[in-house]
Write a protein that binds this ligand. Structure first.
Ligand code: NDP
Length: 322
């Protein structure tokens, strides 16, 4: 336990587009925000190469560059951006308590959660190698599909996301091979039917990935095996998309906040409010549908505005309705 407790008007947890946008708005509203970056400063976008769909960058921008610019913009308005990992919270009282790196205790009037979600990967060495190299492994077809137009790609997964992403890729790529580990889809019937009826999507059931093949720099194919027969074969591909689900980074909040069955924070529809007054959520921690940088930024803005209004109403001693 720390000996000095810091008091903060607006604490922002997370440093993706949601967190930094919340910081820009909160700072400009004189809320003196403090932002903790977490273990992956910049969030999921730092694992992306080129971002071409964020408005305002006609030539595109790399994910890491965009996050540096967002950080600079937040700091320009005097956001206190800090390294640190929020390890515990206590939202049971009027003052929201947050602990950083197990030791530092902060008492907050408002908290904006922008902790995002992490894409799940298979965990194969070869997958991680080409992911880190930016050489053809991706967990976001909408973000990266464009780079594979007129090429052949492979996608793993059998849920609604995989079907949606396979269909999206089928409009850009010459061929999409979909690897389904069981003999059926998990996705809704309508989504599964859509991929089954798309000519350039080939579905391989009972099929798993053994290795992502490459030339040391970029992906050149995928070695797969049939888990019933153990037969192996190689599929030529320049892109390997993983669509096996996301995990929202919300474990430390579950004692206090309402979460859905997958762990996403449930917000009051149309707002960033959670079930706890003064605690707001933005970005992928509450969004399993859109998951885009621009939607995360939009909800970051909402969270800062909601927090500002909450504080103003509290200061004026007005009851805030959920
Ligand atoms: P899901 O958890 O629904 O599906 C994950 C899929 O990945 C499953 O088919 C699972 O296989 C497969 N999988 C998991 N681990 C592995 C592995 N190691 N190797 C191979 N395959 C693996 O995640 P989604 O992201 O698809 O969906 C999450 C939620 O979001 C769902 O509720 C979904 O309905 C919703 N959603 C809705 C959309 C819409 O309505 N437009 C669009 C996208 C998502 P198995 O089936 O064998 O377990």
């Amino acid at each position: 336990m720390s000996d000095t407790i810091e008091k903060v008007k607006c604490l922002i947890i997370g440093s993706g587009p949601a967190g930094y946008t919340a910081a820009i708005y909160a700072a400009r509203a004189n809320m003196n925000p403090v932002l903790y970056q977490g273990t992956q400063p910049g969030g999921q976008l730092t694992t992306t190469n080129e971002v071409e769909n964020f408005p305002g960058y006609p030539e595109g921008v790399t994910g890491p560059e965009m996050m540096i610019e967002l950080q600079k913009q937040a700091e320009r308005f005097e956001t206190d951006v800090r390294n640190g990992w929020v390890t515990k919270v206590d939202f049971s009282g009027d003052v929201h308590k947050v602990w950083v790196n197990e030791t530092k205790e902060i008492h907050c009037d408002t908290v904006i959660i922008s902790t995002g979600a992490s894409a799940k990967y298979l965990g194969l060495d070869s997958e991680q190698k080409y992911l880190k190299l930016g050489g053809g492994v991706s967990a976001c077809a909408v973000c990266d599909g464009f780079f594979y137009r007129n090429q052949e790609v492979v996608i793993v997964g059998a849920g609604d996301s995989a079907c949606e992403e396979a269909h999206y890729l089928s409009k850009l790529c010459t061929k999409v091979t979909m690897l389904v580990r069981r003999d059926e889809f998990r996705a809704s019937k309508i989504m599964a039917a859509r991929v089954k009826n798309t000519e350039n999507i080939e579905i391989l059931f009972n099929t798993e990935t053994e290795e992502v093949l490459g030339d040391g720099q970029v992906v050149t194919g995928v070695r797969v095996f049939n888990n019933q027969t153990n037969e192996k074969h190689d599929i030529p591909a320049t892109g390997f998309f993983v669509a096996i689900g996301h995990k929202p980074n919300t474990d430390i909040f579950k004692e206090y906040l309402s979460l859905d069955e997958t762990g996403y924070i449930i917000n009051v529809p149309g707002t960033s409010k959670t079930n706890i007054e003064g605690v707001f959520v933005s970005g992928d921690a509450a969004d399993h549908v859109y998951r885009q940088a621009v939607t995360a930024a939009g909800t970051g803005c909402m969270a800062a505005l909601d927090a500002e209004r909450y504080l103003a109403a509290k200061e004026a001693n007005i009851e805030v309705s959920a």
